[in-house]
Write a protein that binds this ligand. Sequence first.
Ligand code: NAD
Length: 499
Amino acid sequence: MKTIGHWINNKPAPGASGSYGPVYNPATGEQPTQVALASAAEVDAAVAAAKEAYRSWGTISLAKRTAILFKYRELLDAHRDEIAALITAEHGKVHSDALGEVARGLEIVELACGIPEKLKGELSTQVSTRVDVASIRQSLGVVAGITPFNFPAMVPMWMFPLAIACGNTFVLKPSEKDPSASYRLAELAAEAGLPDGVLNIVNGDKVAVDRILEHPDVAAVSFVGSTPIAQYIQTKAVAGGKRVQALGGAKNHMLVLPDADLDFAADNAINAAYGSAGERCMAVSVVVAVGETGDDLVKKIADRAARLKIGPGTDPASEMGPLITKAHRDKVASYVRSAAAQGAEVVVDGTGYTVDGHEDGFFLGVSLLDKVPTDADAYRDEIFGPVLCVVRADTYDEAIALINSSQWGNGTAIFTRDGGAARRFQLEVEAGMVGVNVPIPVPVGYHSFGGWKDSLFGDLHIYGNDGIAFYTRGKVITTRWPDPADSGGINLGFPSNHH
Ligand code: NAD
């Protein structure tokens, strides 16, 4: 069996705790790999390496930093297929989807390549006589990232490229369910010339996370994962005196107005609900059909759902792969059963689905639930699987009230041909990312990503300008070069600048 250890100071660091977690191939159900689970002492070793590296990386020239990032960008580009294959092997998503994840992660590396433009600062001359003021932003020191299983390459790339471009050093704690992709990202960073200790990986579980959160040398923590853990991370990191951004779960609603192109809406609902087996924080999990649209829309979605090809992610014919673990697959299936008992109509039932030759894989078919009561578990919980709920609303007002009553506010979308309605929706809806005829409105790398309510604990969104703000702190320098002829004299009054 293959063992994945840690990556510290640009070298493999075998696990020393004696504790390991299983890494499955979800398409076969086999466990070809185990991952080392770090002890607190191993986290300390990674933080110490990052702290030492910060002494030079924090002050290295922007030209040298960006030269490495440009080289890293080229290496990642050349290794897209290999990284995508690692993702598919441990996460299960189909290869084309994994390639999309790598491409979206690369956007942040490309943003990081342009960091000198973003770190230019501001200068005001002559704010008072012979007095200038400069605002600059400086790095924080050692920062940490804790990431979820569902984007094992992209979510780490939302964090470390910008953090290191800003002059910080980084400790990444990836998901223990699929650690190989991020490990490869770190190896390639070393190959690009990133100095020892600038990017380190500790694999592990709660033990490693808790040590990161209390470590006195960790200045900031970026987290992406489920809502209960995000909330825990924020509370504990703040208590530990750290800056924190903790992105949580979601239940994303897609509102379809009667004037929408229903074929277009149905295609998009299918793509956004069942892509990556619904294991995306920006997946559409609820369609709110307004007025007369419901029956036609449900029929169109059901017709398309029946034609989806489900199979191993390595098969180019597969459109949807397995779920991450057997336990998760069974939990997702339980929501389809409970929804039926709680009053929903099960239009398409994906439970009990098997793939020939892959009977032990963690496969589940797609499910479509109509007229789901809003107190049903399938509506209330984040299912994180290929289950799409349809809820009916008589009017736009009823639909938006429903969306805005959600615990979460990550992404949302409206499908309509009416510009006025779309404009109203984008202003009224309580969510951090809004799509107009775009079902998964994940912002491009140079805008920032983040939700509202229980989808984000913290103030700043991730990547883009918010990411740069998160990984830097402001400093304002007021300078006077007095004229030797002007002695100034004694004046105990508060300086007013009016001289
Ligand atoms: P998770 O919360 O179970 O795990 C995320 C990370 O936290 C992992 O590294 C894990 O090891 C660690 N962790 C888990 N339990 C912990 C505990 N008790 N104490 C300390 N650390 C712990 O999430 P997941 O199942 O890996 O990922 C799926 C979730 O992530 C979904 O809820 C999804 O919506 C969310 N997600 C959100 C976004 C976003 O941008 N908002 C993006 C991707 C995924």
